[in-house]
Design a protein around this ligand. Structure first.
Ligand SMILES: Cc1cc2nc3c(=O)[nH]c(=O)nc-3n(C[C@H](O)[C@H](O)[C@H](O)COP(=O)(O)O)c2cc1C
Length: 304
């Protein structure tokens, strides 16, 4: 792998700037390991809470014209049960970011502590899930609540803390600033966009939960705008996420200000090959433009 691709996020060393997005193939050690073997520079687990959670009944994921619509309801085995899964992927040496959620700042802090005990190299706080009440976006739309969550987590753990933001707010920059001012070491933007779809013959909403989150190509321009706006106002790395399906998308996010990119939905359509094709494409672009490192293209679109 080319040295041009190496980068660093909050002290974590990545061989390339691609990462697995939370919630897609991140529920077991063996699936995370497959993603590492496919070439991801880092992986993020499914969001884990203090207690096991069943999630919603089916259908929880449906395909729509422009991507996927999901309302899984945060199903997960609980963070303490994840230790065994972690062992399998820990051996690879690739950074593992554990995504956590909680229904209060105390729960976030406790989950963070457990995640670090089971081997997390960093934490990603999911304050952006759009379809579970009293957590996720309900926290992430209020800068004061985000401040409280980040403060409590930072007091409990000494691993880097990333905060994953929702685009379903009037001003995402305010929320990013609140997180960074309280000590977040990176911002991930964005989680899914609140959305729904209805089947016209049966007249029923397609998701059992009716409303869910849209991912995939439809949300890319929203995500690029969020990264662009956040990058100008914070001095920590921004991790871009939302609709990346090929290397051009990844480069676009980096030009907007992303130091790394996360890929989720594209795996469902293109398979794990997507990691290699995206990294190869980024490398060729950086070389063609005459730069020595992928870091050199971060934020270039801000110059206009
Ligand atoms: C089926 C599915 C499950 C997801 N679960 C989570 C999750 O547990 N935690 C989280 O922070 N984001 C979750 N997401 C959101 C993704 O991590 C990502 O932010 C979003 O899908 C946009 O990226 P993409 O277009 O590359 O998929 C999920 C997305 C999908 C499609």
């Amino acid at each position: 792998m080319s040295r041009r691709l190496a980068t660093e996020i909050a002290g974590l060393k990545l061989a390339n700037p691609t990462m697995l997005a939370a919630g897609v193939l991140g529920l077991t050690g063996s699936s995370l390991r497959k993603v590492v073997e496919a070439g991801a520079g880092a992986v993020v687990t499914k969001s884990l809470g203090l207690k096991p959670r069943e999630g919603y009944s089916n259908p929880t994921v449906v395909q729509v014209d422009c991507g996927l619509l999901n309302a899984m309801g945060l199903p997960n085995p609980g963070v303490s049960h994840f230790g065994e899964e972690m062992r399998e992927v820990k051996e690879t040496g690739v950074p593992i970011i554990v995504s956590i959620y909680g229904f209060s700042s105390e729960e976030f802090a406790k989950a963070a502590e457990v995640a670090v005990n089971v081997g997390a190299d960093a934490l990603e706080l999911n304050v952006s899930c759009p379809h579970v009440e009293e957590t996720g976006a309900e926290i992430g739309s209020d800068p004061e609540l985000v401040t409280e969550v980040v403060r409590k987590v930072k007091n409990k753990v000494d691993k880097p803390v990333f905060v994953k933001l929702t685009p379903n707010v009037a001003n995402i920059v305010e929320v990013a600033k609140a997180a960074v001012e309280t000590g977040a070491e990176a911002i991930t933007a964005i989680n899914t966009v609140r959305a729904m779809a209805i089947e016209i013959e049966t007249t029923r909403p397609l998701l059992a939960n009716k409303i869910g989150g849209l991912s995939g190509p439809a949300i890319k321009p929203i995500a690029v705008r969020c990264v662009y706006e956040i990058y100008r106002e914070v001095d920590v790395p921004v991790i871009g996420c939302g609709g990346i399906t090929d290397w051009r998308d990844a480069v676009e996010f980096m030009l907007a200000g992303a130091s790394a990119v996360q890929i989720g939905t594209a795996i469902a359509f293109k398979g794990l090959e997507v990691f290699k094709s995206v990294t190869r494409g980024i490398d060729a672009y950086v070389r063609k433009k005459g730069f020595g490192s992928v870091k050199d293209i971060v934020g270039l679109a801000q110059n206009f």
